[in-house]
Ligand binder design. Structure first.
Ligand code: FE2
Ligand code: FE2
Length: 332
């Protein structure tokens, strides 16, 4: 594919952006769009769902949570019968996939709103549509997994649905804050999936296949969101920058909790005691360190963009996102 040169010359420059940055940004978008053509996956064409090795058995010990998992390491979890431990592990995966596809639904709607604001010839339009298509394939994979797990995983709670509508509108009204939301959802999941692929030697092959596909395509999505933010933030007026500086930690804190904690449905179904949740998540320094590590890249990006000045740092600290101070973990 040879998109690069023709696309680069036909594209209008962003206002107030140095030409050198605009050129490399446009080239990057062209490269990402090209990769979406040559390295994309189909939820049904590229996952061999009916392969006997991919069959989901809820009592399969490979679904059990390991000792290094916040919940898996609790005495409460270890005391459950082996079959219950496996079922809970599987249902947590299914629950995370359901939350993931709900996140992707908001992401796709916001991306379409964003694309609707772009002038003809804007390089972001093509890339945004590639990303919408890829996220739709991810959601098909996730939903198929949920269906095959036999777990009736719940979608967003009513309050979260209201928040989702607000976020979708940001894609049109204030794209930089929308892309902070995108990173807030994609970074923690990418971190968790990369870690599992790297460190777990007994992954169920279906889960491994889904995660490998996801991680490959998410690398492009993360790259786009990060570069979009880098190129746009310098063009914002002081009021918009203030809104971004305050909005970023609020959104990131909410997203990290939503993506990494067990869903209320799971807590209810397995009657996980409050003190176990507290021990596993709220007052677990190892979990807190992992949560912060999953946000480290987006935090560094915010710092580079001048969104971690002492004033904004206060907001990060209050929300428990400040690694240096050792502030208390956000409550679940
Ligand atoms: Fe995705
Ligand atoms: Fe994505």
């Amino acid at each position: 594919m040879t998109h690069t040169s023709s696309a680069a010359t036909a594209l209008p420059a962003h206002e107030d952006m140095p030409q050198i940055e605009q050129d490399s940004y446009t080239k990057l978008l062209s490269r990402l769009s090209g990769l979406s053509v040559t390295h994309h996956f189909d939820a049904y064409g590229d996952v061999d769902w009916d392969n006997p090795d991919f069959t989901i058995d809820p009592t399969d010990a490979r679904w059990e949570l390991g000792d290094d998992d916040p919940l898996g390491g609790t005495a409460w979890y270890r005391s459950l019968p082996a079959e219950t431990r496996a079922r809970l592990g599987l249902e947590r995966v299914a629950s995370m996939m359901k939350i993931g596809l709900e996140f992707e639904r908001v992401l796709k709607r916001g991306l379409l709103e964003f694309a609707g604001t772009l002038p003809n010839g804007a390089p972001e339009f093509r890339y945004a549509y590639h990303e919408v298509i890829e996220e739709a394939q991810h959601s098909l994979m996730f939903q198929e997994f949920v269906n095959r797990s036999g777990f009736d995983a719940a979608g967003l709670a009513p309050l979260d649905r209201l928040g989702a509508r607000f976020i979708v509108g940001l894609g049109r009204r204030f794209p930089p804050l929308f892309f902070i939301f995108v990173l807030g959802g994609e970074e923690p999941i990418d971190y968790v999936q990369r870690k599992a692929l790297r460190e777990e030697d007994d992954l169920h092959p279906l889960l491994e296949r889904i995660m490998r596909i996801h991680v490959t395509e998410e690398a492009r999505h993360l790259s786009f969101a990060r570069h979009y933010l880098r190129t746009r933030v310098g063009t914002l007026n002081w009021l918009k920058k203030l809104q971004l500086g305050v909005g970023a930690p609020i959104i990131l804190s909410a997203m990290a909790q939503m993506m990494l904690k067990p869903s209320p449905q799971l807590v209810k179904n397995y009657q996980i005691p409050k003190d176990v949740i507290s021990q596993a998540y709220t007052h677990n320094s190892a979990h807190r360190a992992e949560s912060l590590a999953s946000m480290r890249r987006v935090r560094a990006l915010c710092k580079d963009m001048g969104l971690l000045t002492p004033t904004y740092q206060h907001v990060w600290r209050v929300l428990g996102l400040n690694e240096e101070t050792g502030a208390k973990a956000p409550a679940y």
